[in-house]
Design a protein around this ligand. Structure first.
Ligand code: AMP
Length: 131
């Protein structure tokens, strides 16, 4: 059994279906187009289709992880990598003076795509607290 499938079976059987249907897995596999701003073997970053700021990029691990609540020890390297990519992109996209990274976790927090993603928002002043 592939490592990925073992992990999913352990975490949540529902995710076997999710992997096939997952929008961001499809983007990672290039089955759906996206405006990609960064890619390596493990991480992909692309512009949000409904931007909430002049810079609004989503940074994802290519491997399917449903949400922050599903993270395990195995994910710490890739999530560190996601964070580093967000930091570099903020500089490369010219928003290093001030930006926000957000991970919505769960429906009540507004998570609508259940493949973990870090929003990188910048290029305008951002209010606090968020709505
Ligand atoms: P969240 O609500 O935190 O789960 O964020 C999901 C984000 O994905 C939203 O900001 C959407 O606008 C964005 N989104 C949905 N579909 C696409 C797509 N095909 N390409 C790029 N961004 C998308």
């Amino acid at each position: 059994m592939k490592k990925e499938l073992c992990r999913m079976t352990r975490n949540n059987l529902r995710e076997v279906g999710d992997l096939n249907d997952c929008l961001f897995c499809k983007i990672a596999r290039k089955e759906i187009p996206a405006d990609i701003v960064y890619e390596d073997d493990d991480v992909l970053a692309f512009r949000d289709i409904r931007p909430q700021a002049p810079v609004h990029v989503l940074v994802i691990p290519k491997r399917h992880i449903a949400s922050l609540a599903d993270l395990t020890q195995e994910d710490k390297d890739v999530m560190g990598h996601v964070t580093l990519v967000a930091s570099r992109l903020a500089r490369d996209l010219g928003v290093s003076e001030g930006y926000r990274v957000v991970i919505n976790c769960g429906k009540d927090a507004g998570q609508s795509v259940f493949h973990i993603h870090m929003h990188l928002l910048g290029g305008r002043s951002l209010g606090w607290p968020p709505g």
